[in-house]
Write a protein that binds this ligand. Structure first.
Ligand code: HEM
Length: 537
């Protein structure tokens, strides 16, 4: 048997790599046959019909015909860059994750930023959440931190995600409007789902119209787990803090830019990296020991809540630098496949019901977006450490496995095709104890939908508050059904009565009525006590 090269590729791949692009100056077909003329198809006489046997023409046009793959069902518009991550000090006390141990190690990363609602060709500066997805190519396998630029989410349970996205996306009958939030269906859904309130406050704030992708924060949103070598667990919330600080556009500015330069953010990122002005973020963590899970006045598993930094400070543990633009948008930015379920030993999940649903969704959608089960073999998705298992075949398989053994256990080939170390080696799930009845029910600890929304509103400066009011007014003025406007301001009255009144004023509806909101189906109000609430207000 011939030894395999350390990078996990095989001879065939190397041959193919050597015969493409810069090493092959002659223009050829995909079969390697030299093309004699790239301007004329084969004809019966110079003025005659084209011939079906022209395999050069057919191959070129067939390939072109299939250039498009489905865009992502969400986060379709994105831009990305390569870079590296380095940890400031060993985090071994909290996690065994290899890339968080040694400050001298630079872990390669690929980061994709995105808007959520718009299609692949939509404008950059729309009011929307921004995706902030980081793939760490660690020595122990790929770790993906698939986050957003807002620390909370609209919904608490993954089963509502298709509804949320159907409400956000253009309406099914006429495919309008392209804008994320300015329409009836979105506000209909939001007004009937008070759990969206906290995220709505952020989405109507300047956070949703960043000045630059280099000037926004990122968040893992859910509580994850760090697990150390002794098997001890801490809940952890992840933060990215931009070196350039946080800056937003003014709404009017954002709208004008969307018309004049729809690539505004994409261009800004590309040009900054091209001129050597490398964007940087610090990775921050908020950690809660496993046995303090219930010490906060809200539920750690509820993705509509953040942990106020005044309660649990953010510790900055490392640095992310983006220093290289992609070589090819399609091969890298478009074909990259992030997944919150790509974890490495030392990082684990929590029971957040939104996260749990995401763990299913990403591979499932990528199976159709990237045409089958072998997209982990694409260069941008391939781990830097070799992978080896007995999965085989499938659409677009690239690895050429050798031998006749594709099962385990086996005794052929000396039984040495690969080994499982057993014991504590490899990924170990945190052995959380779970003994409980099966239920389809929301925990009452998820019930308070307004306290943190109010906390956020009160944390804003006077000018920022005005921006939020103006954004709600603008968005709701686009809503045609008065009942939806009314329901929305009734809900807002539970955040802040003045805010609700100011939003309602120009909308031609009645005064906000918090009692009406409280009487509606789906409304749950169970106020938590936040020790910092009084001082923040
Ligand atoms: C992309 C599903 C919640 C961040 C996607 C994609 C799907 C999806 C299907 C497209 C993936 C692809 O085609 O490669 C879901 C579901 C959610 C959910 C079912 C809730 C149940 C969230 C949350 C966050 C988030 C809470 C942030 C913490 C992202 C990002 C991307 C993405 C950043 C783009 C990744 C990229 O750049 O390729 N999501 N998502 N999603 N999601 Fe989610």
């Amino acid at each position: 048997r011939r030894p395999k090269p350390a990078n996990g590729s095989n001879d065939k791949q190397e041959q193919l790599a050597a015969s493409t692009a810069e090493n092959a100056p002659r223009l050829t077909t995909n079969q390697g046959v030299q093309v004699p003329d790239n301007h004329n198809s084969l004809r019966a006489g110079v003025r005659g019909p084209s011939l079906l046997e022209d395999f050069i023409l057919r191959e070129k046009i067939t390939h072109f015909d299939h250039e498009r793959i489905p865009e992502r069902v969400v986060h379709a518009r994105g831009e990305a860059a390569h870079g590296y991550f380095e940890v400031y000090r060993s985090m071994s006390q909290f996690t065994s994750a290899d890339f968080l141990q040694d400050p001298s190690v630079k872990t390669p990363v690929f980061v994709r930023f995105s808007t959520v609602a718009g299609s692949r060709g939509s404008a950059d500066t729309v009011r929307d959440v921004r995706g902030f997805a980081v793939k760490f190519y660690t020595r122990e396998g790929n770790y993906d931190l698939v986050g957003n630029n807002i620390p909370v989410f609209f919904i608490q349970d993954a089963i509502k995600f298709p509804d949320l996205i159907h409400a956000v996306k253009p309406e099914p009958h006429h495919e309008m409007p392209q804008a994320a939030s300015a329409h009836d269906t979105f506000w209909d859904f939001a007004s009937l789902m008070p759990e969206t309130t906290h995220m709505l406050m952020w989405a109507m704030s300047d956070r949703a119209i960043p000045r630059s992708l280099r000037m926004m924060e990122g968040f893992g949103v859910h509580s994850f787990r760090f697990v150390n070598a002794r098997g001890e667990s801490h809940f952890v919330k992840f933060h990215w803090k931009p070196k350039l600080g946080i800056h937003g556009l003014a709404w009017d500015e954002a709208q004008k830019i969307a018309g004049k330069d729809p690539d505004f953010h994409r261009r800004d990122l590309w040009e900054a990296i091209a001129r050597g002005d490398f964007p940087e973020w610090e990775l921050g963590v908020q950690m809660i020991p496993q046995d303090k899970e219930h010490s906060l006045p809200f539920d750690l598993l509820d993705p509509t809540k953040l942990i106020p930094e005044e309660m649990v400070p953010v510790q900055r543990i490392g640095r992310l630098v983006l220093n290289r633009n992609p070589d090819n948008f399609f091969a890298e930015t478009e074909q990259v496949a992030f997944h919150p379920g790509h974890v490495v030993p030392g990082i684990d999940f929590s029971n957040d019901p939104l996260l749990q649903g995401r763990l299913f969704s990403y591979t499932d959608t990528q199976l159709s977006r990237l045409g089958g089960p072998n997209f982990h073999e694409l260069p941008i998705n391939k781990s830097v450490c070799p992978f080896h298992n007995f999965q085989r075949d499938g659409m677009h398989r690239q690895t050429i496995s050798r031998g006749h053994v594709a099962y385990e256990p086996h005794s052929l080939n000396d039984g040495k095709e690969f080994r499982i170390d057993g014991g504590s080696a490899g990924f170990q799930s945190f052995p959380e104890e779970i003994e409980t009845p099966k239920l389809r029910r929301r925990s009452p600890s998820f019930d308070d939908h307004f306290t943190q929304a109010r906390l956020f509103f009160n944390s804003q400066s006077a000018a920022e508050k005005e921006h939020i009011i103006a954004a709600f007014r603008f968005e709701l003025s686009k809503v045609t059904a008065p009942i939806i406007r009314q329901r929305m301001v009734d809900n807002l009255a539970h955040v802040d009565e003045k805010l609700a009144r100011r939003v309602a004023e120009p909308l031609g509806i009645g005064a906000p009525d918090p009692k009406a909101a409280a009487g509606r189906a789906g409304f749950r109000e169970h106020r938590m006590k936040l020790p910092i609430e009084e001082s923040a207000a």
